[in-house]
Ligand binder design. Structure first.
Ligand code: SF4
Length: 134
């Protein structure tokens, strides 16, 4: 089984109510068994559509450590608690299903990896998951 960001699978869970289906996704999940779609932001209780948010003061690891926040871009409302809740639910799910790998959506304050790793991605990396970003 493999965890996959829901929007990559065509689920309309993005902040603007759209999805971001990935043509090459099959190349990444072939032979990995059943797919478990998740949207950390929805799991954290945020609505869809929702105002866009951004990491401020650090990356997802910093948010988990309390050194950075997640802030709504347009009005500055702090949505850190929802992002932390979503990351926690993702970790709960991977433990429950004994998952060890995930395909995550790039450039997301929840799912992204790399320069600004998202909150859920950071939590999954800390659990030892093997993550791929597309
Ligand atoms: S939180 Fe992740 S799964 Fe949900 S819309 Fe954003 S990138 Fe996609």
């Amino acid at each position: 089984m493999i965890l996959v960001s829901g929007c990559l699978l065509g689920i309309s869970c993005r902040y603007d109510g759209t999805s971001r289906p990935c043509e090459n996704l099959q190349d990444f999940i072939r032979g990995q068994g059943p797919v478990v779609p998740v949207c950390p932001e929805q799991l954290g209780g945020l609505p869809t559509p929702r105002p866009p948010a951004a990491l401020v003061g650090g990356d997802g690891f910093d948010v988990l450590a309390g050194r950075a926040r997640v802030i709504r871009v347009r009005d500055g409302v702090d949505v850190t608690a929802a992002f932390l809740a979503g990351a926690k639910e993702c970790v709960r799910l991977v433990k429950l299903l004994k998952l060890d790998r995930a395909v995550m959506k790039s450039r997301s304050p929840s799912c992204g990896l790399g320069r600004l790793t998202g909150v859920a991605a950071a939590a999954l990396l800390m659990e030892g998951l093997d993550l791929i970003e597309i």
